[in-house]
Design a protein around this ligand. Sequence first.
Ligand code: HEC
Length: 104
Amino acid sequence: MRKLLFVGSALAIVLASFNVIADGKATYDASCAACHVAGVAGAPKVGDSAAWKDRVAQGMDTMVEHAIKGYQGKAGYMPPKGGFANLSDDQVKEAVAYMVENSK
Ligand code: HEC
């Protein structure tokens, strides 16, 4: 029984993280891809692991904060929430998770 519970909760965690990535993809496609697919204005391209390595090293919290509040970096200007003020902080966070997951 205990084993079953363990398997059940492990599965729930896997499914939950899968959901985050799936939601993140939708937000990414709609709001972030415009710059982050082609590297417009210095945006790190999703899938370019070299471009993300140092960013990932800062930690997820810093990257998420930069994505939510916007920031001027060495490569260019990342607008707050990519310019989509209607996005919730959680949606932006999910999109960052999706981008990082696909840039390893
Ligand atoms: C108008 C173009 C543009 C859009 C749209 C855009 N970004 Fe960016 N983003 C940038 C640029 C340029 C940088 C690089 C800034 C630098 O480091 O010099 C960047 C950097 C980032 C980083 C790296 C932050 C860090 O700390 O290194 C993350 C994460 C990010 N963007 C997430 C997002 C998310 C999530 C969205 C959609 C909600 C999005 N971006 C939409 C231009 C954009």
